[in-house]
Ligand binder design. Sequence first.
Ligand SMILES: Nc1ncnc2c1ncn2[C@@H]1O[C@H](COP(=O)(O)OP(=O)(O)OP(=O)(O)O)[C@@H](O)[C@H]1O
Length: 736
Amino acid sequence: MLFLFLPQVDSSCETFADLPLCGKTQKGLSENGYTVPTDIQRGCIGLALKGCDVLGAAKTGSGKTLAFLIPILEVLFRNKWSKIDGLGALVITPTRELALQIYQTLCKVGKHHDFSAGLIIGGKDLHFEKTRMHLVNIIICTPGRLLQHMDENPLFTCSNLKILVLDEADRCLDLGFEESMNCIIQNLPPERQTLLFSATQTKRVKDLIRLSLTDPKYISVHEHAKYRTPEGLTQSVVFCEQHEKMPMIWSFIKTHLKQKVIVFMSTCNQVRYTYDILCKLHPRVTLLALHSKLHQSKRMEIYQSFCNKQFAFLFATDLAARGLDFPQVNWVIQLDCPEDVDTYIHRVGRTGRYQKGGEGLLVLRPAERPMLEYLQNSRIPISEIKINPSRIFSPHVKIEAHLAMYPELKASAQRAFVSYAKSVFLMKDKTVFDVKSIDHDKYARSLGLVISPRIRFLKRAEKKAQSLPTTTEENINSEDKSEEDEEDKENDDEEEIPKEIGGKDGSDSEDDVLVLKRKLEVPADIDTSADLGENPNKKLKVITKAALAKRTLKKNILPNKKIVYTEEGEVMLDKMKEKITEAGRNYEANISEGGINIDEAKVVLKEEDKWDRKLFREKVKARKRAMKRKLKEEKRRELAGDPESSGDDGELPDLSWLPDPDVVYGKKSQEETLVFLFILTPDRMFLLSCFFIITFFFFFFIGMSKRTTTKRSLQRTGNPMQNHRTSTCLSEIKKK
Ligand SMILES: Nc1ncnc2c1ncn2[C@@H]1O[C@H](COP(=O)(O)OP(=O)(O)OP(=O)(O)O)[C@@H](O)[C@H]1O
C-alpha cells in the first residue's frame, strides 16, 4: 500500500548554505551562481538526503534538475563512493537533448567531486561506451540506450545502484517507454532510493507500483498555486484555419526578427517542410529545425546553436517540449494544437523560466476550441486575441514558385500535408481533433500544392467504419496496441520509435511517440500521390540500375534486340554484342526462362572475357600491320617524287599557328635551298654520283694519254724542256 504525503517546504532554509551539503557541492553551486534554492529544491533536497523516495512536482523552469542532482552528489559523497564502486546513480530522461543538458549541469555543479559521470544516449559510439560503462559512477541516459547496455554489455552492472532518478517521470513511464522501462526496472536492485520529477507529475498508482517505491513523499510545491504555468508567462490564443497558418507564421517572423522563438508543430514532416520553405523565402533571421529524423550530431549542433543564438526561430516537434532550458526564449508558438493540457504546459514552459518573463501563443483551428476550455479549466491563464489581417503577408506565390522549381520540396509539402492529417486523425480526444474539419484543398494550397494529395488511410478508415458498424474504438485500439508493442520491441530509444506518421518511408518518430498514446487506427499506409496520378515519392527515389534490372526481371520483359542482316538475308553477328562462346550462347538462350544465375553468369563472363582478349590482340596486330603498310606506301611515294607522300591521305593538319621558320631562322638563299634539296633527294644524288663518275673517268683517261705521250718523248730526247718544245712543234706541224 502506498501513502503519499505532502510535506511542507522548509521555509527556514534560505540559502544552500543552510542545507546540510558537503563543501564540494556548496562550492560547485556557488561558483555557478546558485545561492538561493528554489521551492522545489528546498522541498526535495532535505527529504532525499534522508533517503526517502520522492515524487517532485513543480512548474516548468523552477529548478527541478538541481533538486535531484544535489542529492545524487551528496548520497554518493556520504557513501564515500569511488571508481571501483561502479554505478551509484542513474538518471533516466526521455530525450537525448535533455540528457545532455542534465549532464552539462552535473559537470558544472559536481566539478569538485571525484565521481565519474557518463552520458549514455543513442547515436553515440556504443563500443566506446561499452569499454567504460563499468567505471562510471553517475549515468545520465535515455531508456533505449541503457537497455541496450544492460542487454549487450557484460561489464555493465547496476548491482550497487544507490539512487534512481526519472526526470520527466510521467513521460518515462507512459506507453511509449513502457516496455523498456519495465525491463530496466527489473534489472535494478530493489533496495535503492527513487526520485521522480516532472512539471506534470504522475500520481498513477500503477506507475508507483511498477517502481516499487517505499513510502514515497509527494512534493508538489505549486499544488495550491493559482496557475499551473509560471507567473512571468503571458499566454494567448488565436483562432485561424489550417490554411491560414503559413501566412500567419511568415508574417510573425517578418515582424519579430529580433526575437528568440520556438515554434511547435505536430510532426517531423511539417517541421521539415516549414523550415525548408521558409529558408527559401530568406526571412533575414536564423531559422533552425529540431526533430527526431535528424542525425544525432546534427541534433546536438542545432540544440547548441539555438542555445547560443540571440535571435532565432526554432521549428520543433514535441522532442523539444520537455525539460530543455534554452536561455532567453521570448516566444513559444504552438502552431498546432497540443495533444493535451500537459503537453501544452511543457511546450509553453520553454519560455518564462526561472523568474523570467515570456510569451506563449497557441494557434487553434475553430474546431479545436474545446482545447481552450480544457486549458482554462486546468488553471492556465490564457486569453483570446485576434489576428490583424492588415499585418498578414502571404508568401503563397513564392512558395508555389519554389515548389514548381524544386520537386523534392513539393514531395516534402505533400508529406507534411498527409502527416498533419494523420496526426489529427490519430488524436484520441475527438472532441478537439476532427480531421474532417480541415479544409484539405485550401490547406494543400497554402503549402504550395496545386492539388491536394490523397489521404488513403482516411478513406480506408471510413470504409472500415461503414463495413463494421459494431467496431468500437476499443476494438481498434486493442488491435493497434499490439502493433505498438511490437514496434516498441524493435526500437530501443524514444527517438527511434517510428510511431505515427510516415508509413513506409519511416518518417516521424520522436514526436510520434507521443502520438502513439492516441492509438493507431490503421497500420502506416500513406499514399501521398496527387490526383494527377503520379507519386511524387517515386519521382524522387533514386532508381539504381540494379533496381531497374530487378523490376524488368519481375515483369519478365525482354529488352529489345537489334538484328542486322546481310544483303543475302543472313543474320550478321555483332561480335561486340553477341555471345561468342558456346557457354555464352547457352546462357543467353536460358535467361529468358528464369532469373540470373550468378554462378553461371560468372563462368560465361570468364569465357567471353578470354575471347574478348583474343579479339583485342588480333585487333592490335591488324592495326600494327596497317601502320607498317602505310609507312611503306609513304616511302614508295617519296621515292616516286609524289609531293603528297609525306602527308596523310585525309586532310592535312592546320599548322598555320606555328611560327614562320623564315622569321625564326632567317631566310636561306635560293642556291642553298637548291643544294639542300639536291642533297636530300635520292634520285638527284644518283644523277650527281653518275656525273662525278663520268667526269672522273674523263679526266682519268685524258691524264693517262698525256702521261704516255710525255713518256715517249722523254724516251726519245731525255730533256724534258726539249721534249716540251718538240711536242709543241709537233702540234703546230699537225695543225698546219
Ligand atoms: N537555485 C537556483 N538559483 C538560480 N537559478 C536556478 C536555481 N535553480 C535552477 N535555476 C535555473 O533555473 C532554470 C530552470 O531550471 P531547470 O531546468 O532545472 O527547471 P525545471 O524545473 O527542470 O524545468 P522543466 O520542468 O522545464 O524541466 C535553469 O536555467 C537553472 O539554471
